[in-house]
Write a protein that binds this ligand. Structure first.
Ligand code: ADP
Ligand code: MG
Length: 238
């Protein structure tokens, strides 16, 4: 497990600066929700944490260690996306074990790790099913299972629920929070949904145009927004 530090983190695409000097500390085990309008740099920031984008300036440290030059595989991070493509020809068990298979894990190790993840996620009765025989929510749980078996230090979620209908979204919010309680791992959760942010976060980071406008608990942001953008975004009385 590990916390994260951002020190003047910048991302440029060509001449355009899309992340503009982010400073923040995320504690070990915290559930942080990153919110902001479309295009403000949320996914880019996550991708830099995961090592899927180079950092143009500043530093990101995980557990006190700068990771700017560390390849994604060595970062011990798992990312859950909204398009949770499962392998259709594999069972749930095989889908969840796949990254372990690639890493050369033994049969026994795979069995043990998949069983633990399946228990945490309530997937034990579904292990022998194929993805097409699962509901949307069950598929999303299998996608999370694929992350859990790797036992990452940090989970990143990039709008994981935006393809689900409203009812399922509410249920999955609860499941992700329950996963956080069970694992105690640092999680960063990106959404553009204020309700998701307010109900799930230990702390919220509000971003606009590549900058952090405010970071705080849901109550702090609601009661004492620093600026009109945060007030309007969070929906607190002006
Ligand atoms: P968000 O996830 O908050 O919607 P993104 O991080 O995806 O925003 O994008 C932030 C900005 O960076 C947007 O203006 C987007 O068009 C731009 N951008 C993202 N990826 C690239 C890329 N590979 N090349 C050029 N511009 C990009
Ligand atoms: Mg995005």
């Amino acid at each position: 497990m590990a916390g994260l530090t951002f020190n003047k983190v910048v991302k440029r695409f060509g001449a355009v600066e899309v992340v503009r000097g982010i400073d923040a500390e995320i504690a070990d085990g915290e559930f942080v929700v990153l919110v902001g309008p479309s295009g403000c740099g949320k996914s880019t920031l996550l991708r830099m944490i995961a090592g899927l984008e180079d950092i143009s300036g500043g530093e990101i440290a995980i557990g006190g260690r700068a990771v700017n030059d560390l390849p994604p595989k060595q970062r011990d991070i798992s990312m859950v996306f909204q398009n949770y493509a499962l392998y259709p020809h594999m069972t749930v068990e095989e889908n969840m074990a796949f990254s372990l298979t690639l890493a050369g894990a033994s049969k026994e190790e795979k069995k043990q790790k998949v069983e633990r993840a399946a228990e945490i996620l309530g997937l034990v009765p579904l292990l022998q099913r194929k993805p097409k025989a699962l509901s949307g929510g069950q598929r999303q749980r299998v996608a999370m299972g694929r992350s859990i078996v790797r036992n990452p230090q940090i989970f990143l979620f990039d709008e994981p629920l935006s393809n689900l209908d409203a009812k399922l979204r509410v249920q999955m919010r609860g499941e992700i929070k329950s996963l956080h309680r069970k694992l105690g791992t640092t999680m960063i959760y990106v959404t553009h949904d204020q309700i998701e942010a307010m109900t799930m976060a230990d702390r919220i980071i509000v971003m606009e145009a590549g900058c952090i406008r405010q970071m705080g608990t849901p109550l702090e942001l609601y009661d004492r927004p620093n600026n009109a953008f945060v007030a309007q975004f969070i929906g607190s009385p002006a």
